[in-house]
Design a protein around this ligand. Sequence first.
Ligand SMILES: Nc1nc2c(ncn2[C@@H]2O[C@H](COP(=O)(O)OP(=O)(O)OP(=O)(O)O)[C@@H](O)[C@H]2O)c(=O)[nH]1
Ligand SMILES: [Mg+2]
Length: 214
Amino acid sequence: MRIVAAKKLLKANDQLAEENRSRFNRSGVFVVNVVGSPGCGKTTLLEALFAKLATRLAPAVIEGDLASSIDAERIERLGIPVVQINTDGACHLDATMVAAAADGFDYDKLDLLVIENVGNLVCPAGFDLGEHLRIVILSVSEGDDKIAKYPTIFQKSHVLLITKTDLLKYSNFNVERAVADMKHLAPEAEIFQVSALAGYGMDDLADWLAAKCG
Ligand SMILES: Nc1nc2c(ncn2[C@@H]2O[C@H](COP(=O)(O)OP(=O)(O)OP(=O)(O)O)[C@@H](O)[C@H]2O)c(=O)[nH]1
Ligand SMILES: [Mg+2]
């Protein structure tokens, strides 16, 4: 019988992620991994963000989904280079998939590469992709207890976006609780409150990200 230890697989992923990061560093492109539940608003956020950043920097996107090219088509409609990864059932992206997808871009023309991970608040937490920054999205409609209930992904993220804040008036989501839970888990993390649809907070977020891209 052959037994493959999950720890060894994760170590192999970490090594490849470091290779991805070196390659991104050499190319001078800033790479962001966006994680969050299915439907939390990842693609909508990217659409709104790219509209704000259009004149300032050149982005590209890797879309991760179990199936379909729906999200990639949304990004393509904006005239932004995009590669869709279909994981065929896998609940997260890994560094191997990103290495393959990342071959498709002309890095001389890029400042920012955004990887939209598979919608999932659990599995993507364990897989470094070689990104420089991990952004986790928590939408108001998911409830303010999710940071306490799914701590790993929040703890391992550099930025928390509380999204769909236009829905706050219809919900019992307690922003103070979510912020306190995040500060407890990840004291250094940046926290933004935004609504991609209503535009709330998007200027500040776009300015902050543009500064990160140098
Ligand atoms: N009210 C409100 N709805 C939003 C906002 N952002 C996204 N939505 C809605 O949330 C739903 C899901 O948005 P998507 O951007 O597709 O979510 P996603 O996280 O990319 O979804 P997956 O890729 O399938 O995991 C859509 O109906 C959006 O219109 C927002 O700021 N406010
Ligand atoms: Mg999406």
